[in-house]
Write a protein that binds this ligand. Sequence first.
Ligand SMILES: C[S@@+](CC[C@H](N)C(=O)[O-])C[C@H]1O[C@@H](n2cnc3c(N)ncnc32)[C@H](O)[C@@H]1O
Length: 220
Amino acid sequence: MPKRSQSSQRWLARQKRDGFTKAARREGRVSRAYFKLAQMDERFSLVQAHHWVLELGAAPGGWTLYLTERVTQGRIIAVDPSPLSVSGSRVAPITARFGEATANRRIEAVLAESSRASAVDLVLSDMAPNISGVRATDQAAALALADLAAAAAAKWLAAGGGLVVKLMQGDGCDAWVQSARPDFDQFTLVKPAASRAGSREAYAVALGYRRSNSWPEADR
Ligand SMILES: C[S@@+](CC[C@H](N)C(=O)[O-])C[C@H]1O[C@@H](n2cnc3c(N)ncnc32)[C@H](O)[C@@H]1O
């Protein structure tokens, strides 16, 4: 068996110590991320049974699993280049990188099955870049993914809908928040208890999307 690097040994040891990671394994929740969405939902009442949800950065599937427990009439469009370990009749998995044309085409194909006038009720993004270790590079990559999530909302989120976006606190984060905030009635930056205390991770939770137009078919 190949020897693990010291940093991966440290990561594994931390995972074993971590209460949310242990609970996720014990309770079959796929990943500790399950609890992050559960905690944000408990605070903000994000997810309704009839919701159509666009979930970006879905693998391995902690959030998707949580959504399958809540969404009993709507649909979960779960996008990630890595495969999901969660399935279900309400889940439309899209194995693709959001931002690439294939992903958009496949999202549109799922939405076309809907007879609803509007598109999705929630856009959730837990997308994270591969970490290079160079802080400025990683921060720029994280912000680029947050921009993609905001662009997904501009394209598909219904008026009054919600957006949750993973952010890394640091350079550019405040500016991102300032540019996104005016599009929503309510905007909060949160760090759920299940998010590691030492990490720069935070989530923008934005509710009441102020969409001024509906979707002319050609623009979707
Ligand atoms: C922190 S993990 C997500 C964990 C997931 N929410 C869960 O509950 O299991 C970050 C994910 O973002 C995905 N990702 C990164 N860039 C992406 C992109 N452009 N489109 C879709 N997913 C992306 C990665 O493949 C990775 O699976």
